[in-house]
Design a binder for this molecule. Structure first.
Ligand code: PLP
Length: 360
């Protein structure tokens, strides 16, 4: 595969209808007119990618993904800069992680340059879908799944690679002052040797039951502990965690193969180190979290990921405790890191790291 073939939608959504849909898009519901599709077959490899009209797929009910969940995905945003140009944030890191996930799930690699080009091509084609809302973006969803029609258990010999784009507003309700977390005492999302470091749909499937339980109890998100000792904090269902202490140091759990190596996490580590902060990638036990919250040693906690960027955490609860952090207000360092990251992404601050790729 060497290129992306463009076949514009013959009958796109009208400008009036589009304006209505993107006025208050929410997250991941308002899709654009196009999608990118490429097919893989063992032997011939990847076909050329096509940027074409978005529409339903015709899938055989015996497609392997429907039975054995051989599927991976990525999530990244196209931002709009003040001069009107759109830009992607570290798309090369998403492309590289996509292939790390592919390796873990016994799937073929997708050429990283074409991954990035495909993201740029759909954003460029559907630029008119960019939502006119505060914090808005075009959320891009590249994914790959096993499409071989076969019920035997083995890596599929056929795959589809697709990129979708969705006009998106903020991930959490605006004005929320911090999210309230519930610690999982019975479900794990990953374990040693498992798929926790791969961005695969199955990890989310494993997190949904407890996520639903926590929402029913009035919480916003869940915290997973390590599956072996049920003691060490790993991450939320779809975001990494950071802790800020009274000595100015910050801590995040290490990439031990059980947590997802977030690109936001990595970017925040870089920003924090360059601010001269003491940064630790260390295990942190839930009992230490409770004790440090009670003593005041723990000043701020925040979650981070592409969708919600940086979100302050107001409290963490378990069956028999609730630990509140910083009276629920957004901490100073949380806000400083959030605004610095957002400014680089949106092109209002310099980008000394070469993270931003403009779409021309
Ligand atoms: C995608 C994801 C994250 C965040 O990764 P980013 O690259 O920062 O968006 C964190 N945890 C899980 C489980 C994820 O799937």
């Amino acid at each position: 595969m060497t290129r992306i073939i463009t076949q514009p939608h013959p009958n796109p959504v009208s400008a009036t209808e589009r304006a209505e849909r993107i006025a208050d898009p929410g997250f991941g519901k308002v899709f654009t007119d196009h999608m990118v599709v490429a097919r893989y077959t063992a032997g011939t490899g990847w076909s050329d990618a096509e940027l074409t009209a978005r529409g339903p797929l015709s899938i055989d009910p015996a497609s392997a993904v429907l039975h054995y969940a051989q599927e991976i995905f990525e999530g990244l945003k196209a931002y709009r800069h003040a001069d009107g140009a759109m830009a992607l944030f570290r798309p090369d890191a998403n492309a590289a992680r996509f292939n790390q996930s592919a390796t873990r799930m016994a799937m073929p690699h997708f050429p990283e340059e074409i991954f990035v080009d495909a993201c740029k091509a759909i954003a460029r084609m559907d630029a008119a879908w960019f939502p006119p809302v505060e914090g808005g973006s075009l959320y891009l969803r590249p994914f790959m799944f096993a499409s071989e029609v076969f019920l035997g258990v083995k890596p599929s010999s056929e795959y589809l690679f697709i990129v979708l784009a969705a006009a998106s507003g903020g991930y959490f309700k605006p004005g929320a002052s911090g999210i309230n977390l519930l610690v999982s005492d019975h479900d794990s999302r990953s374990g040693p040797g498992g798929t926790g470091a791969a961005k695969c749909g199955g990890n989310y499937a494993a997190s949904l039951r407890f996520q639903a339980e926590s929402i029913a109890k009035g919480y916003d998100q869940i915290v997973f502990l390590d599956a072996v000792e049920r003691r060490y904090v790993e991450e939320l269902g779809g975001m990494n965690l950071f802790f800020v202490f009274d000595d100015g140091s910050i801590l995040t759990p290490p990439l031990d193969g059980c947590i997802l190596p977030g690109i936001t996490r990595d970017s925040i580590l870089t920003l924090a180190r360059d601010k001269g902060l003491a940064v630790r990638e260390e295990r942190y036990a839930i009992d230490a979290w409770r004790a440090d919250a009670a003593s005041g040693k723990l000043r701020e906690v925040f979650a981070c990921g592409t969708a919600a960027v940086v979100t302050p955490v107001a409290s963490v609860s378990g069956d028999d405790f609730k630990a509140e952090i910083g009276a629920g207000a957004t901490g100073q360092l949380t806000e400083a890191l959030r605004s610095q990251l957002v400014a680089i992404q949106r092109g209002t601050a310099a980008d000394p790291y070469g993270w931003v790729q403009r779409i021309d």
